[in-house]
Write a protein that binds this ligand. Structure first.
Ligand code: FES
Length: 249
């Protein structure tokens, strides 16, 4: 049952230019949440009217881990907060990834879409990850984050400055033939997820996609996150953010 929890910041560190890793002590949230779900953080009401949504990137040891890019006033404010300060967090929200822990999973993500996949890697017995980014700066911190959670890490960059030169979809087929995966989980730009879903379908693998979309209420009340699916219009915050790829593409 979702509700507001009082949490305490453990760390709030810039891991790449304008990208922060935020960790808060939140044992209750970690016990009732799962990978693929998200939370909203309440910022001071006198300055900010809306809560801000953040994907869950980790739930180990009672610590809720999140990543954010500083893009506006809200995230800029968040980046100034220090360990020991308190945060009100509404959790858990949305529907997460569904898989058996003993499945062999391939995670495919780009940019900040790697955050929910990191949480999924932490919950799976076996998970490889294919990381995509524009350049080495964008992928290096993700590699160190996934080191402890993923079995094998594959990397592509658009400019070839790290890993394979190209997009994740260029190398996905050769990875899929190497190992016997039972499921693909993907999160990142929609065009990338469409490509990943299509290729997974060609290899007869179920694929779960997680949408990143700007949200206002995060609770299914404002319709700002609606999207068309094969079974009608759905709210990403309430019906998703995780969907079966066959439902949405
Ligand atoms: Fe308001 Fe989804 S954000 S309905």
């Amino acid at each position: 049952m979702k509700k507001f929890f009082e949490t305490e910041i453990k760390s709030n560190v810039e891991v790449a230019e304008k990208i922060f890793r935020l960790e808060v002590a939140a044992r209750e949230i970690s016990e009732i949440s799962k990978a693929g779900q998200f939370v909203t953080i309440k910022l001071p009401a006198e300055e900010f009217t809306l809560n801000r949504p953040f994907g869950i990137a980790g739930l180990d040891g009672g610590i809720l881990k999140m990543f954010y890019r500083v893009v506006g006033r809200g995230t800029k404010f968040l980046s100034t907060l220090k360990p020991g300060e308190k945060l009100k967090i509404l959790a858990p929200l949305g529907n997460g990834f569904t898989f058996d822990p003993d499945e062999k999973i391939l995670l495919v993500g780009g940019g900040m879409g790697l955050a929910p996949l990191l949480a999924a890697a932490g919950q799976a017995d076996f998970a490889d990850v294919l990381i995509g980014g524009k350049n080495s700066e964008e992928v290096k911190f993700w590699i160190s984050e996934f080191k402890a959670a993923a079995d094998e890490i594959f990397v592509t960059t658009d400019d070839g400055s790290f890993g394979k030169h190209g997009f994740v979809t260029d190398f996905l087929p050769e990875i899929l033939v190497r190992k016997n995966y039972s499921r693909v989980l993907t999160c990142g730009p929609e065009i990338m997820m469409r490509g990943v879903a299509k290729i997974s379908g060609e290899y007869e693998l179920p694929c779960l996609v997680s949408f990143e979309k700007r949200m206002a209420c995060g609770l299914g009340a404002c319709l700002s996150c609606s999207t068309d699916t094969k079974s009608g219009r759905k709210k990403i915050c309430k019906d998703g953010p995780v969907f079966d790829s066959r439902e949405v593409f």
